[in-house]
Write a new protein. Structure first.
Length: 392
């Protein structure tokens, strides 16, 4: 067995070029050797020959690269609608594949991808859910699932610290259009947070979403979202996001029977009650009393390897059968949330999960039919360091 994986990348835009630079120049993933890149833009290929390496094989057609026999694994890092298409093409050739987020634009196409994956159990299929490597969210999940603090009562996530200017949206003709991207902040910035929401809290049974389309920018898709979620046991959640707040917040709160968990920025706190609220209230005799509690800053392992961690785990899964950070089949869950949120907004009413996926597709296509692609502006930024922790 080889001691490394021959890697190809489809798409050398913002994210793909960063992956390529890190893997080639920074020895980011010693078990991944970049041998091929495919991109339909000749200018990007010429750029990569100088900026990445002249020794890599370059293709102007992704299928030709997949058929070349010089790669064992492939990263799909192109606009969202084409993620399932090229993931499936990889699988049919026995090529291990890593899909950039989101898994797709609508769940029906992702179900096709999942069905294809079942036919190729030897293909290692990963999703780029790098935020699952963050020690804060791993610890939150561990504490909630331990049962130590009882039930979840409610959750709130305010995630608005990814301000985007008009220049960002004008930088590519596909950005922030129904036909090119399939949505706005929910499809571009929020796939990680929606994945974390369901990974930590599970899937709700009903959502009602209030969206503003082009509220803060000259775009046709959503840039401001407030969603209320209901769960089968009766607890609720609120998810608020926007790309219009110049200095936004990232605060995730989960109230439980015995504690409140707060992930705020880079810190995790637990307000730990002396006993479960439902037990304390039975014996309390003070009309305005409250459960004694102690606020603790939670210690974690401090590890947050992000994309590098996902890639190294993927290589380990290919070479030695080690666990992935996120299997590709998990990509549909967060997308189900965003599709349900959009459908609720489109219809102006709550939507129960599972929802009518064909209805969502039909409603989306109505908007695609009137979508206007932009022209002009560079599609690739010189520096994507500020977005690399979870957006693109």
């Amino acid at each position: 067995m080889a001691d490394y994986v021959r890697l190809g990348i489809i798409g050398i835009g913002n994210q793909g070029s960063t992956y390529a630079r890190r893997i080639v120049h920074d020895n980011w993933c010693p078990e991944l050797h970049l041998t091929a890149i495919a991109d339909i833009n000749p200018a990007r290929i010429e750029w990569a020959k100088t900026a990445i390496s002249p020794d890599i094989k370059y293709f102007d057609d992704a299928i030709a690269m997949l058929d070349s026999g010089i790669i064992d694994a492939c990263v799909v890092s192109i606009p969202h609608y084409d993620h399932p298409k090229y993931v499936i093409e990889c699988m049919r050739r026995g090529i291990h594949v890593m899909c950039e987020k989101p898994a797709g634009v609508y769940t029906l196409q992702v179900r096709e991808m999942m069905a294809e994956a079942e036919k190729h159990p030897d293909v290692v299929f990963g999703m780029m859910f790098n935020q699952r490597t963050n020690c804060l969210y791993r610890k939150m999940r561990e504490l909630i699932q331990s049962g130590k603090y009882g039930r979840v009562r409610r959750a709130n996530w305010l995630i608005t610290n990814w301000y985007r200017s008009q220049y960002y949206y004008d930088s590519g003709d596909w950005r922030a259009t129904w036909s090119g991207e399939g949505g706005g902040v929910l499809l571009n910035q929020c796939p990680h947070q929606l994945d974390l929401w369901q990974w930590i809290l599970g899937m709700p049974c009903k959502v009602q979403s209030f969206m503003r389309y082009g509220q803060w920018h000259d775009i046709e898709v959503e840039d401001d979202v407030t969603t209320i979620m209901e769960y089968p046991d009766g607890h609720t959640g609120v998810f608020i996001t926007s790309t219009g707040d110049p200095h936004g917040s990232n605060r995730f709160e989960v109230q439980m029977d015995g504690a409140q968990l707060i992930a705020d920025g880079d810190d995790l706190y637990v307000c730990e009650l002396d006993q479960l609220e439902q037990d304390w209230t039975k014996t309390n005799t003070e009309p305005f009393g409250s459960v004694p509690a102690n606020v603790i800053k939670v210690e974690t392992d401090g590890l947050n390897p992000q994309h590098q961690g996902v890639f190294n785990a993927w290589a380990g899964a290919i070479l030695r059968g080690e666990p992935l950070v996120a299997h590709g089949s998990e990509g549909i869950n967060g997308l189900m949330l965003s599709n349900a949120m959009h459908l609720s907004s489109f219809l102006g009413k709550p939507v129960e999960l599972p929802f009518d996926e064909q209805l969502y597709y039909d409603e989306l296509m109505k908007r695609v039919a009137t979508s206007k692609r932009k022209t002009g502006g560079p599609a690739v930024f010189a520096d994507t360091a500020n977005s690399f922790a979870g957006t693109k």
